[in-house]
Design a binder for this molecule. Structure first.
Ligand code: GUN
Length: 285
């Protein structure tokens, strides 16, 4: 039997509509609008596409977005100084620096300079620490999107064996913590894992965040597993995930497509984090 396809695009749209309504109500009540600043350094094609999509969503739902597109040779000091001024700008509630940055820039230094309250990516060490302690309000958008997709599809998490392939700071590690907080049993696999399919074959929920096109084949998946594909790889044919969709779909119970699965959820969660950061400032005044 073929898996049910989880429609991330549809779920993300519904979430964005709810956020738009809440923003409209806040504007009616307080006259205030949320503002998101997005910094893009250089000309990476994929990053430019992500930034364009983020801007489009802001426009749709009523978040003021300001984009700072800087040339790739921009100095670290110039970026730090821009972040400093955005930190002090009361009309900006969220700051996002699109990664990856050019090699001469220390990403950690950039991330650590963003005010934790405006860190809508959830990458600042303060927010990562809060995620570990399960007290976070700003959580990395892609893993948050993965959990939200499962919740909206009413797929239970508690007690499940979750295997995450990939250990990045953006996806694998925060995803492991989120699943752990939901009482799942977690295994994080990576490029040095031996006999990978011994682990993936035991997963009730398999999260693929590897960055290699169609890497997860049907024989690596347990029959009836839920398969979440975080990969976005580009080839001549267009976007392709980390999961070999045509074969795995015949083995899984649920599967996310690429495009139209996790990708739109990442953006919806960015909008949600911006709303949270904005609302936190309203409570303070
Ligand atoms: N590059 C790839 N994913 C992300 C993300 O979630 N946030 C930022 N800032 N950069 C990314």
């Amino acid at each position: 039997m073929s898996a049910a396809i989880i429609n991330g695009k549809e779920i993300a749209s519904a979430i964005k509509i709810e956020i738009a309504e809440e923003l409209k109500k806040i504007k009616r009540d307080t006259g205030k609008e949320a503002g998101l600043a997005v910094i893009l350094v250089g000309d990476d094609t994929a990053s430019a596409v992500y930034v364009r999509n983020k801007k489009k969503s802001c426009l749709e739902i009523g978040i003021r977005s300001s984009e700072y597109h800087l040339p790739k040779e921009t100095s670290q000091e110039a970026i730090l100084s821009l972040i400093g001024s955005l930190n002090n700008n009361s009309e900006i509630h969220g700051i996002l620096v699109q990664l990856p940055l050019p090699h001469h820039i220390q990403s950690n230094k950039i991330i650590e300079t963003i005010a934790p309250d405006k860190d809508v990516d959830g990458f600042h060490p303060v927010n990562v620490g809060k995620l570990v302690a399960n007290t976070a309000s700003l959580i990395s958008c892609t893993p948050l999107g993965v959990i939200t997709l499962l919740d909206k599809t009413e797929i239970p998490i508690e007690g499940k064996r979750v295997v995450i392939v990939g250990r990045s700071n953006i996806v694998g590690k925060p995803a492991a913590l989120l699943f752990l907080h939901r009482n799942a049993t977690i295994t994080v696999c990576h490029s040095k894992t031996r006999n990978l399919s011994d682990y993936t074959n035991k997963a009730d929920i398999l999260v693929a965040a590897i960055g290699r096109p169609a890497f997860i084949k049907a024989d690596m998946v347990k029959k009836g597993a839920v398969v979440i594909d975080v990969g976005i790889n580009r080839d001549e044919a267009g976007l392709i995930g980390d999961v070999d969709f045509p074969s795995v779909k015949e083995r899984a119970s649920y599967i996310t497509p690429v495009p139209g699965g996790v990708g739109p959820m990442t953006i919806a969660m960015l909008m949600k984090n911006t709303l949270i950061a904005f609302k936190n400032t309203l409570n303070k005044t």
